[in-house]
Design a binder for this molecule. Structure first.
Ligand SMILES: Cc1cc2nc3c(=O)[nH]c(=O)nc-3n(C[C@H](O)[C@H](O)[C@H](O)COP(=O)(O)OP(=O)(O)OC[C@H]3O[C@@H](n4cnc5c(N)ncnc54)[C@H](O)[C@@H]3O)c2cc1C
Length: 420
């Protein structure tokens, strides 16, 4: 970095959200500096399931999930778990999650999610294309799978909500099911195919590709830990862990599951928690998967990637410090062996990642309460890849002083202050 270089925008975090934001700002001529303590896309953006899940408009906290969660929690290795030692820490978040499941908040979250997803659908392919990565998008949809009528019926209200919001899908069974995914276990009797859902060839490759495109347009990346952010008159100041400080016209906090450590210093106490997720990536050729498969009742998905077959999901509300429990990855792999007879399970790589999650399943996008020059872009939970380009667009609107493409009120940093 040249002596005395000055920057318009500093982006903290080189995950897919920070890199997309840096790219969008560099594209319009802003001088951008990215800080990350590890490098490009080495946390949640590294190993996710690669879905551009535009139809995923239902918040996790729903009247139905509260009943299902109680059943899931009985099994410590089930799709949802809370390690007992972490329970006291996460109890306030769980209380807000429960409040988010009430009908009024649930409906409000859906409307906000629909608006963000419509923007995501418009912006994602466009941004990935401008970064020279169109070849990395797969447009073969997703197939949700059900083992019996009870599972299908349980999912039905969600499909009706999607229908109301104009999302196309096709209920399938019999020969059509077998055509969409040959070789499935006979235990699957029904499915729902969503043609407008897309996946990427590999989420790490795509995030790094966007990051490189940002660097090609003049952005700079520095590997360093950020200790804090503060207001500096009409500008904003970043304090690095070695004490060095840098100022810019705007600072964007896109530090994923760690963002609240920084926002807290600005007086914004945001209930960000991590939903830890697990997977196994098998070598290419493990099974002939035609499109992403979702096993709704088991809380995990199978994704065909250029780098292999990724099997994973699950939610562990266990915080940022405890080590991974890879039995979770193994259990999803064992189940998949039954679901896809003939699956070659050898040679898999296990991974755990920290989803940055808020109780209402919506991210925080917009200014800090301390300064309009300090912007937040974090908390995308299960949908950070899907919503990264939309978030980048919104942050760019704010930096340029233009009206935001959608109403940002549901994504405000202080929205939880009035809860309960
Ligand atoms: C198992 C699993 C499957 C998923 N599947 C999907 C999917 O199919 N589709 C989808 O849309 N989403 C999916 N997600 C969610 C998605 O991965 C995340 O929402 C997304 O990656 C978050 O991106 P981010 O840039 O906000 O955070 P991250 O990728 O976590 O990046 C944050 C960055 O900030 C840096 N950082 C943090 N603190 C500091 C600091 N103080 N100083 C400097 N740097 C700092 C970190 O090093 C990191 O690089 C999945 C997640 C998991 C775990």
């Amino acid at each position: 970095m040249s002596e005395g270089a000055s920057f318009d925008v500093i982006v903290i975090g080189a995950g897919v959200v920070g890199l997309s934001t840096a790219f969008s700002l560099a594209e319009v001529g802003k001088r951008v500096l990215i800080f990350d303590r590890k490098g490009m896309a080495l946390e949640a953006s590294f190993g996710n399931a690669g879905a551009l899940a535009f139809s995923d408009i239902l918040p996790l906290a729903s009247p139905r999930i509260m009943r299902q969660a109680l059943k899931w929690l009985v099994d410590p290795l089930g799709p949802l778990s809370v390690p007992p030692l972490y329970f006291p820490r996460i109890a306030p978040w769980l209380l807000r999650f429960w409040r988010a499941s009430w009908r009024d908040r649930y409906e409000a979250s859906i409307l906000a999610q629909v608006a963000l997803m419509e923007l995501a659908r418009d912006e994602s392919e466009a941004l990935i294309g401008r970064a020279g990565l169109s070849h990395a998008i797969r447009s073969d949809g997703v197939l949700h799978l059900y083992e019996n009528e009870a599972q299908r019926a349980a999912a039905q209200p969600g499909w009706l909500v999607r229908e109301r919001h104009g999302i196309a899908f096709e209920p399938v069974a019999g020969a059509r099911l077998a055509e969409l995914q040959p070789g499935l276990s006979q235990q699957f009797v029904a499915g729902c195919f969503v043609p407008g859902w897309k996946t990427v060839s590999d989420p790490h490759e795509v995030a790094v590709g966007i990051g490189k495109a940002a660097l090609e347009r003049g952005a700079m990346l520095r590997i360093v830990e950020v200790a804090g952010v503060e207001r500096a008159g009409v500008r904003a100041r970043v304090v690095l862990s070695d004490g060095e400080t840098l100022e810019a016209s705007h600072v964007v906090i896109a530090a994923g599951a760690w963002s609240h450590h920084i926002s807290r210093q600005l007086g914004d106490v945001i209930p960000l928690e991590t939903e830890r997720g697990y997977n196994t990536t098998l070598p290419p050729g493990a099974f002939d998967i035609r499109r992403q498969l979702v096993f709704d009742a088991h809380g995990f998905v199978v994704t065909p990637l250029s780098t292999g077959l990724r099997i994973g999901g699950a939610v562990e509300l266990g915080g940022l410090k405890a080590g991974p429990n890879f039995r979770r990855s193994s259990i999803m792999l064992e189940k998949t062996k039954h679901f896809l007879p003939g699956l070659k399970t050898e040679g898999g790589l296990q991974w755990m990642g920290f989803r940055p999650s808020l109780p209402d399943s919506l991210p925080v996008i917009g200014p800090s309460t301390r300064s309009p020059r300090i912007l937040y872009a974090f908390g995308h939970g299960h949908l950070g890849l899907t919503q990264s380009a939309a978030t980048a667009r919104l942050v760019r609107d704010l930096v340029l002083g233009q009206p935001a493409a959608i109403d940002l009120a549901p994504f405000r940093a202080d929205r939880f202050r009035t809860w309960m």
